[in-house]
Structure formats: structure tokens, C-alpha cells
Design a protein around this ligand. Sequence first.
Ligand SMILES: O=P(O)(O)OC[C@@H](O)[C@@H](O)c1c[nH]c2ccccc12
Length: 263
Amino acid sequence: MTILEQILEVKKLEVADLLKQEALSKFTKTPSEPPSLFETLYNTQHLQVISEIKRASPSKGLINGHVNPVQQALAYEKAGAVAISVLTDQQFFKGSMDDLQAVSSAVNLPVLCKDFIIHPLQIDQAKRAGASVILLIVAALEQPLLQELFDYASKLNLEVLVEVHDVEELQRALVINAKMIGVNNRNLKTFEVDLANTAQIAAHFPFHEQRVLISESGIAEVSDAISVAQVGAHAVLVGETLMRTENIDEILHTFHVKRGECR
Ligand SMILES: O=P(O)(O)OC[C@@H](O)[C@@H](O)c1c[nH]c2ccccc12
């Protein structure tokens, strides 16, 4: 079984539990609406950074077990992050919906619920914990379920980041008319990271339509930011590098490079 398959097995059990407990009432929605991530990114001439709260991962083990998610999110906001991504998976990433709730009440930025969503109930839960964006992973979902979850989130006024890994998955994201498409440079089945993934997908990306491209995973150096900005990425999603550094300000500042002309 690949790690993605293992994660999805556990998710099915978690959702079954959720359905039993209906443990949703604990979360209340944040009062103020954050800005639209799509609008901010669509209009940007410079590469923006979505900064992630990630304690651990299956590929890296423990990354930063002592992080205070609220302090970390406030540091990201102060440094100019365009949005905060919060890993909410417990078993594989040591995150939680409580982290998401705490972060979304502390910042005035869009907050992305980063999880393996396979059921509408998880979208309700994300919304109630204050997320304004959710992630849907094409590799984890059959097309009808991808469409159903996308429509459900849109109906709740959530923005959706649709994650793809190859050109075939890009086509599936375009079929559901996803506006925000993330290219994961890490293959969730093998953990291999290759920034060339972003370039490959950018070559097939309809930049002339109203869509944004986000390069996810493995961004560590300014040269990485430059390489994905050059092929037209509007933003990078950065976890590990920011979770390990003492210099959040400097990293965000140096990643804010000019984008290539791709429209
Ligand atoms: O820590 P990194 O290599 O900067 O990666 C961040 C983010 O892209 C990664 O956490 C991620 C991208 N897609 C995912 C899907 C599920 C879990 C995690 C992810």
C-alpha cells in the first residue's frame, strides 16, 4: 500500500467516527471574512507565499513538535504571507482542527484547511473551524466525488485549492473548472520531490483564463522560488523550510520575486 492509500484508509475510519459523533458543535465560525485568496493571487505580479503550519509529515517525521501554531501564524502574517495553511490531519501530520480554529481566530488572512478530504462532513468541519479555503487532492478522489466535494465547498462559499501532480490530473481539475490549482512537487505515492513538475504543468496551464497556479512542496531556496515564478506560478506553498527557520521574515521577503510573463 502506498502512503496515500494508507492515509485514505485511516481517513475513512475517521469520517465514520465523525458521522457517529457529530462532534461539530464545538467549532464556531470566525466572525470576519478574510480576503479572497484567488483575488489576491490573480492580481499579483510577484510570487506570493502561502505559509504552512506543519509539525510532522510521513516523509520527514517530526519537523517542529514544539511549535505554537498561533505564534507561528502571527509571525507568518507579520512577514507578509498571503495565506496560512494548517495541516489538520492528526495521525500522519500531528495537526488538528483545534490548530485550525486557533489560527483562524488569530489572523486576518485566508486559512487553508490542509487535509485529505473524502467526505462533505470534513468540509463542514473545516468551515466551522474558520477555514476559508479547503484542499482537494485529485489523486485521492474519483472524478464524481471530486466534483461533488468541489460543488459542496463552493456552495458554502469556501474557496478550493485543487491539487494535481501531473498533466492528466490537471485536465481533471480543469473539467470541474477549478480556479486555484496547486502542483504538488512531491509525489504522494513515492515522496519524491521534483520542482520540474511545476514547469511541466505550467507548460499546459491555461494562464489566459482566470486561474492561478500554486507550486507546492520542496521550496527551500530563493533559486527554487525564482524557478517556479519564472514559469508563471502565482504563489508557493511552503511548510518545512518555514517550520525549521529562525528567519521567517527574511525567507518570505526573498521569495517575493517577480513572476514571469505568462498570461
Ligand atoms: O513542507 P513542504 O515541502 O514545503 O510542503 C508544504 C506542502 O506543499 C505540503 O505539506 C503538502 C502539499 N500537498 C499536501 C497534501 C497533503 C499533505 C501535505 C501536503
